[in-house]
Design a protein around this ligand. Structure first.
Ligand SMILES: *Cc1c(COP(=O)(O)O)cnc(C)c1O
Length: 380
């Protein structure tokens, strides 16, 4: 991000919500919370510090660099970089900073073994592909994997994990079950040689479905930040009440009158059906408010829902504030969150995401990455 602010919007992160969400997920020892991609846009360091205060003993990050940053900042937790090490240099850093980096194929196994000094042991993780078609060893690779591990006795497998493709889709239960069975058989083969191997399979959706999991570690991501992985499905109501940690506010820049028949913004996709009052708000697609949301979203102003109208611009949107009497420049509009008036609902990332065919994860990452972040509430 540029050092000078290019948008007046603010991304508010309530660390209290984050802590309470974490505590709803069970014993910290059984959790490997996922704080990749700058903690889903919430900020790696403040999120790691908050989870640390809640007794968290494991972190899953994305890159080796994120892991190194945590280690250099004094975190002593087990740290797993989910993307693996991309180069020999990253394997060297993994060894030096005691990261539990996954091997994903024979090549990475070999590189990890070669950077480990001959007198030393190097704890590693193993990524298995059970049906996601992404990183890791597949079922057919198991004999080679085991042989490779035996060839390099300095490598000490400590954790094995795999990832579900559709644990959040009740209609894909059969596929998910097949992945579970495959994981069980693959990890059994490994545990014949490494009986202490820690297993991790469940993401947020699977953890919520499988609270008495047989696996030692679960990897919740989205529900830490308040998201419901089952949003929009038949299972949406069966999820505990997680609190959204992120909200986004923007100042109103101008309040203007529209006469009947006058249009708003590029392309004239909105024309006033009657005389209206319109607020111009300082956020746009450059800082996470997708252009595809044009004419589709609400914003919360003075606790009331107001319809966003016309095309979303790069740094501005307009909203219909006709029913509100006392709105003036400087007042805040809430894109997500904010205090709703009795009988109104605040806007959620799930609601905005579903309007444009995406998921809350994407909006949280984008709002968090492009807006200035401010932190609140460390109570949990
Ligand atoms: C992102 C990620 C998770 C977390 O998924 P959620 O749906 O956010 O709970 C877990 N494991 C892996 C490997 C991931 O990449």
């Amino acid at each position: 991000m540029s050092s000078c602010s290019f948008s007046p919007s603010l991304c508010h992160i309530d660390l209290g919500c984050l802590g309470r969400n974490f505590k709803k997920l069970g014993a910290p020892e059984a959790l490997l919370p996922v704080i990749k991609s700058d903690a889903y846009g919430h900020g790696l360091m403040p999120v790691a510090r908050t989870l640390d205060k809640c007794g968290c003993v494991n972190f899953a990050v994305g890159t080796v660099d994120e892991g190194v940053l945590l280690r250099k900042s004094g975190f002593s937790q087990r740290i797993v970089p989910l993307l693996g090490a991309l180069t020999a240099e990253e394997w060297r850093k993994s060894y030096q900073y005691k990261l539990l980096t996954p091997v994903i194929d024979q090549e990475s196994l070999k590189t990890a073994a070669h950077i480990c000094p001959s007198h030393s042991v190097f704890p590693i993780a193993i990524a298995l592909n059970t049906g996601m078609g992404r990183l890791g060893f597949a079922q057919d690779d198991m004999p080679d994997l085991i042989e490779g591990l035996h060839r390099y006795p300095n490598l000490k497998p400590e954790l094995v994990f795999s990832h579900y493709a559709c644990a959040d889709m009740p209609e894909e239960e059969i596929y998910t079950h097949a992945q579970t069975e495959r994981f069980l058989s693959m990890t059994n083969a490994l545990r014949a040689f490494y009986p202490d191997l820690i297993r991790s399979l469940n993401n947020s959706a699977a953890l919520l479905n499988d609270r008495a999991s047989q696996w030692e570690l679960s990897r919740p991501g989205i529900c830490l930040y308040g998201g419901n992985p089952f949003f929009g499905t038949t299972q949406a109501d069966q999820v505990p009440n997680f609190e959204w940690a992120m909200s986004v506010s923007d100042p109103i820049l101008q309040v203007r009158k529209l006469k009947m028949g006058q249009s708003v913004s590029y392309g004239r996709i909105f024309t006033a059906p009657h005389a209206m009052t319109v607020a111009v708000i300082g956020i746009g697609y450059a800082t996470g408010f997708a252009r595809a949301l044009s004419n589709k979203a609400d914003v919360l102003i003075a606790g009331r829902r107001c319809a966003q109208i016309g095309r979303v611009c790069m740094g501005m949107i307009m909203a219909d504030v006709t029913p509100l009497k006392t709105i003036e420049p400087g007042d805040l509009a809430w894109i997500m969150g904010g205090d709703a008036y009795l009988g109104e609902r605040a806007i959620t990332a799930d609601e905005l995401a579903s309007e444009i065919g995406t998921i809350s994860y994407e909006l949280l990452c984008l709002f968090g990455a492009t807006n200035e972040r401010v932190y609140h509430g460390a109570d949990f």
